[in-house]
Design a protein around this ligand. Structure first.
Ligand SMILES: *Cc1c(COP(=O)(O)O)cnc(C)c1O
Length: 401
């Protein structure tokens, strides 16, 4: 393990002291910063003053500590932290595209991302081709001279499809296209930059923070790209201003220190449920079981030791069957009937009716998204056997098993 890239060790190796030797760097509770010399301020505005902070929409020391931890985790040169996952996604995309450009994206992505690409970028006359990200031929066929981005999620929402990142990077780079990967579902498990992605985006709202007490996001990329997005004259982040509050950065940084332990427990519990669901003979999806068609692809891309992820979905075929099942699970204490993921309690929702409701029903059907798909973000339960028994009771009472 020592020779291989290890995201948890990369974070633990950071020495991030505050100015008083504080083991948790102090929070810089300031929007602006004083300069002793006018010349230094002028240099700072031209990006030429090293180590100077200018204004907190541009950079804040607390955000820098968190960004450094994210860059260490991804193995990228730099990172920038945003006020939400959508802010990270939209900033990264808009930085790469001009009006009239073209984007190729996986059709299965987070609902907000789908809506942004399907509806919003039309404002800029940006054309988007939606593909099945497993069909590499269709991606190659979709490439145009003005294609700027191939966009995907390492594990897609909510189909839990695994993207072949080295292959996608190869296709992208042959045509001078950037590969942007949303790694929200699999932090530490997959390191997209190490597999060839140019830009890695996150909703930190989910596993990275893991507390469901805020929304936040991150962009991890080359120092050049991070400089570009924060450029005072032309940077998308600097000019649209989706910066994260430093108080939040400070609290998320502390939660990152336990991310590896949480990922292991989420994965362990999800694998337990997957094996039990298999035993029940119900229809479910978990790419971490050896008989899953993408298991080998997943294994070939993952860092060892963090498991196969905390997301699992069961298919009850109709929304009418999913509804009472979810209500009963909440009553019995399985977890919460809520969107989002990566929380210490188990969360579940009907994807087609919630986080993918932005995707029109005909496209949901085309991507194989069942109207009865219940997505679970499995919690950190100590006694997962008990949790399974509660789920089993619900399935049995509703006569689904
Ligand atoms: C939640 C989520 C987002 C959006 O993040 P916000 O923090 O809610 O803005 C993007 N991508 C994925 C995969 C998500 O799960």
């Amino acid at each position: 393990m020592s020779e291989k890239f290890n995201p948890a060790t990369a974070i633990q190796d950071l020495k991030q002291f505050g100015e008083f030797g504080d083991v948790n760097p102090s929070i810089t509770d300031s929007a602006t910063y004083t300069f002793l010399k006018e010349d230094t301020m002028i240099d700072a505005f031209h990006g030429a003053a090293q180590g100077c902070f200018l204004y907190s929409r541009h950079w804040n020391p607390s955000n820098k500590y968190l960004a450094d931890a994210l860059a260490a985790m991804e193995g990228t040169e730099a990172a920038w932290v945003t006020a939400s996952g959508m802010a990270a996604i939209t900033t990264a995309i808009l930085q790469c595209c001009n009006a009239g450009d073209h984007i190729i994206t996986s059709v299965t992505t987070y609902g907000g991302t789908f809506a942004f690409l399907n509806n919003y970028v039309k404002k800029f006359n940006i054309d988007v081709t939606f593909v099945n990200i497993e069909n590499h031929e269709s991606i190659i066929e979709a490439i145009r001279p003005n294609t700027k981005i191939i966009y995907t999620e390492s594990m897609t929402n909510p189909m839990l499809q695994i993207s072949d990142l080295p292959k996608l990077a190869e296709i992208a780079h042959q045509h001078d296209i950037k590969l942007i990967v949303d790694n929200t579902f699999t932090p530490m498990i997959i390191s997209p930059f190490k597999l060839g992605a140019d830009i890695v985006v996150y909703s930190m709202t989910k596993f990275i923070n893991g507390k469901n007490d805020c929304v936040a996001g991150a962009i991890c990329a080359s120092a050049q790209f991070i400089n570009d997005i924060s450029d005072v004259n032309s940077g998308t982040a600097m000019l649209l201003g989706p910066v994260l509050d430093p108080m939040r950065s400070s609290s998320i940084l502390k939660n990152m220190a336990t991310l590896h332990i949480r990922m292991m427990q989420h994965s362990k519990n999800a694998l337990y449920l997957a094996e039990k669901f298999k035993g029940l003979g119900i229809k479910f999806n978990y790419p971490g079981l050896p008989d899953h068609p993408q298991y080998e692809l997943f294994k070939s891309q993952m860092n060892e030791g963090y498991g196969m992820g905390g997301l699992i979905a069961i298919d009850l075929e109709t929304a009418e069957r999913a509804a009472p099942f979810m209500e009963m699970m909440q009553e019995k204490g399985v977890g919460y009937h809520a969107v989002s993921l990566g929380y210490f309690k188990t969360l579940f929702s009907n994807s087609g009716k919630s986080t993918s409701s932005e995707v029109p029903e005909d496209i949901q059907k085309e991507m194989g998204l069942s109207p009865g798909l219940v997505r679970f973000s499995v919690g950190l339960d100590m006694d997962i056997e008990r949790t399974f028994n509660l789920i089993h009771e619900c399935l049995a009472e509703l006569k689904f098993v």
